[in-house]
Write a protein that binds this ligand. Structure first.
Ligand SMILES: Cc1ncc(COP(=O)(O)O)c(C=O)c1O
Length: 388
């Protein structure tokens, strides 16, 4: 941080973290360093690699500025910055799993994480097992002598179950396993995984940190015990991010607090309104009192973001598609965390445990920064079409 300390308010910290303007002639924003080659002053320095920067894949002032800002938010010992949120999932898994190891992955995980586990990890000889997002203190029954990693994501992708992270972390640690968490939904503003026992906190910075649906980036932040191994694997894999994308995410962080606050308020207003609509069976948003995991969410989280799902009252794919096709403001597109509202049909066919039953088809909504009344009118159009 350029200014002192973690005691400042979150928006102050977001505005000033990562770089010190006086390191670069007082310019408020840091320069974007485009680099492969870094020159050494002489052969001895080159042989010993005894200077701060040695090659573009191993960090630049631009990646350091973002990593340092994220470390401040996460309370982590170090952060790797990688080209996508998916890479922020896969690099830590490769860093800590070897042939013969067992990994426990929450069944409600982001689908490409499951795909990586079912293809690459299995091919590399890792035993992959999925567990119920509500397992909580029941996790010891699933841990084996070769369990090395427990992978969590909370709230869950698409169905928004909340996991008991402290209970899972203490059981995993007692058995010598480490805990990773995909914390993209909450961001470190609303949940700080390392404070709850997680060893590596993972983010698709593509979402709220970038905020404008134009950049792909991921971060993985480790505690002191896991940092060296994570960093070494990152260097070994050459999985570094491009400087312009890194800069855009640092830029996005400056406004992330105010954007998230707006996403939160709009999503809550719309989720509450949807609960009263006749065509809606359930709203899956953990900050609503009606959500089965609401108390757990309230215990551990200090805010909610802008993405949740609804369950239509009855029907199937026909009603789901009618709803989606009637929308005029919500775009039909993947990803979330940007300024614009999006809707996607939810598919649960890949799950082995957490697959319902639900009363009807599910639709995931990303609430953007548009005006709430306009978004409600659009969703009302969708519900009318689904009912018809
Ligand atoms: C929970 C979660 N984690 C990770 C990712 C991957 O992020 P990216 O799209 O940057 O690869 C996504 C993307 O949708 C996600 O929803």
């Amino acid at each position: 941080m350029a200014k002192d300390g973690n005691e400042m308010g979150i928006n102050t910290r977001l505005a000033h973290s990562g770089n010190n303007p006086h390191d670069y002639f007082g310019f408020v924003n840091p320069p974007v360093v485009h680099a492969s080659t870094v020159l050494f002053p002489n052969a001895a320095t080159m042989a010993a690699r005894s200077q701060k920067y040695t090659y573009g894949t191993r960090g630049t002032p631009t990646t350091d500025a973002l990593a340092s800002a994220i470390d401040g938010l996460e309370g982590s010992a170090g952060t790797i910055v990688v080209p996508s949120g998916l890479a922020a999932v896969t690099v830590p898994l490769v860093a800590f799993l070897s042939a013969g190891d067992h990994v426990l992955i929450v069944d409600s995980v982001y689908h490409p994480t499951r795909n990586f586990a079912d293809t690459m990890l299995k091919r590399l000889g890792v035993e992959v097992e999925y567990y119920d997002p509500h397992v909580g203190a029941g996790i010891p029954a699933l841990i084996k002598s070769n369990t090395r990693v427990v992978f969590t994501e909370s709230p869950a992708s698409n169905t928004f179950e909340v996991q008991d992270i402290p209970a899972i972390a203490s059981a995993a640690h007692a058995a010598g396993a480490i805990v990773m968490m995909d914390n993209t939904w909450a961001t470190p503003l609303y949940f700080r995984p390392l404070d709850h026992g997680v060893d590596i906190s993972i983010h698709a910075a593509t979402k709220y940190p970038a905020g404008h649906s134009d950049v792909l980036l991921g971060t993985a932040s480790a505690n002191k015990a896991c940092w060296k191994q994570l960093r070494e694997t990152f260097y070994t894999m050459g999985c570094c991010a491009g400087p312009d994308d890194v800069y855009q995410v640092l830029r996005g962080l400056r406004t992330m607090g105010v954007r998230l606050d707006h996403h939160q308020r709009s999503a809550l207003a719309i989720a509450g309104w949807l609960e009263g609509q006749p065509g809606v069976a359930r709203v899956l948003h953990p900050a609503l009192a009606s959500h089965p995991d609401h108390d757990l969410w309230k215990r551990d989280f200090c805010g909610s973001s802008g993405i949740f799902s609804i369950v239509l009252k009855g029907g199937g794919q026909k009603q789901q598609h009618a709803f989606l096709d009637a929308l005029r403001i919500f775009g039909l597109g993947y990803s979330w965390g940007g300024y614009e509202s999006l809707a996607v049909p939810v598919f649960l066919g890949d799950r082995v445990v957490a697959k319902g039953p639900y009363d009807g088809p599910l639709i995931r909504l990303q609430i953007g920064l548009e005006d709430v009344e306009d978004l409600k009118a659009d969703l009302a159009r969708g519900l009318t079409a689904a009912a018809g």
